[in-house]
Design a protein around this ligand. Structure first.
Ligand code: MN
Ligand code: MN
Length: 317
């Protein structure tokens, strides 16, 4: 790595608020403590929720990083935040020089040739880890960074309602809210509302707001999610997504696609799906059978990471 080479800090594809905000905050921390050129990047479009957050705190969106394939100048250096799966990472990740991973998801399939700094903590949000790293390095958090990190925690934990949320996340978010001068409840409501305002979006845009791919043995599947505080809005979104899903199945080259329409207030998910084995997978995973309609109602399920992926992995592996 040459002296003035940039190091990119980047979250997963179809970035959510955590992937964008943790990348910005962690790049800032690394610049401060190392004096090297760390720059935040995004691995896809900024969604409506994240745009609301960036506008609120007047922080520009990171530039797009389309690929990290090796160039004539050599390998591209990257730090991954909020993911550690090849399928979710920016294109060319296998050719990049991976320096660090900061994440709160299950350990995935990214491998390296040399040891790296790999920090994985079972907390509700990468932003909670990044905040701890500011503290460990005795670095103050600015109002803007506090706002971004707090937003990421509220987003990932669905305002502390998700089972992925730990007491640590809540404690950190409350500290950050004070620095950022926001009222958590009011701010979170406005943020989620911005995120589910999909009136001007095509079904495809809605679909890719938050979509991730997974593999279990020979089987690959994708899971999207949209959360809202209004159930009506979720039914509308479902109606718009359903006709697009078969096309997504083909284009993504996966065996099944599931889409979680999560009602934050009632803490439940309506699950729509496509793919031959999708129904069987859901029924085995949750030991339920379908009543009526073309979706499954999963009471108490709000977290893709904790309440859906592990069950599907179990069934499929
Ligand atoms: Mn994420
Ligand atoms: Mn996250």
């Amino acid at each position: 790595m040459s002296d003035n080479q940039k190091i990119y800090v980047v979250g997963h594809k179809n970035p959510d608020t955590d992937s964008i905000c943790s990348a910005i905050a962690y790049a800032e921390l690394k610049r401060r403590i190392t004096k090297e050129t760390y720059e935040a990047r995004r691995a896809g479009n900024v969604n409506e929720e994240t745009q609301y957050v960036l506008d609120y705190f007047k922080v520009p969106a990171p530039e797009l990083l389309e690929s990290v394939v090796k160039t004539e100048e050599g390998k591209v250096s990257v730090i991954l935040v909020d993911h550690n799966e090849v399928g979710q990472a920016v294109d060319g990740i296998k050719e990049a020089e991976l320096l660090e991973i900061i994440d709160h998801h299950k350990i995935g399939d990214i491998t390296t040739e040399a040891p790296i700094y790999f920090r994985n903590q079972p907390v509700g949000c990468t932003a909670s880890i990044v905040y701890q790293m500011y503290e460990e390095n005795n670095q103050e958090v600015s109002k803007e960074i506090a706002g971004l990190l707090c937003s990421a925690i509220l987003s990932d934990t669905l305002m502390f309602r998700s089972p992925t949320c730990t007491p640590k996340d809540k404690e950190i978010a409350e500290k950050l809210a004070e620095i950022a001068q926001i009222n958590v409840e009011e701010y979170a409501m406005a943020m989620f509302k911005a995120g589910s305002n999909l009136a001007d979006k095509t079904p495809e845009e809605i679909f890719f707001q938050d979509f991730k791919k997974f593999t279990a043995g020979e089987v690959s599947f994708g899971v999207g999610q949209i959360s809202s505080m209004a159930e009506d809005e979720l039914f509308e979104i479902a109606d718009r997504l359903k006709p697009y899903m078969p096309q997504a199945l083909k284009e993504q080259g996966v065996d099944m696609i599931f889409f979680m329409l999560t009602d934050i207030l009632s803490e439940s998910t309506n699950l729509i799906y496509v793919g031959d084995k999708a129904e069987a997978t859901i029924e085995k995973a949750y030991k339920i059978s379908k009543e009526a309609g073309d979706y499954y109602k999963l009471a108490g399920v709000v977290s893709r990471k904790k309440q859906l992926i592990p069950f599907f992995m179990d069934v499929l592996q």
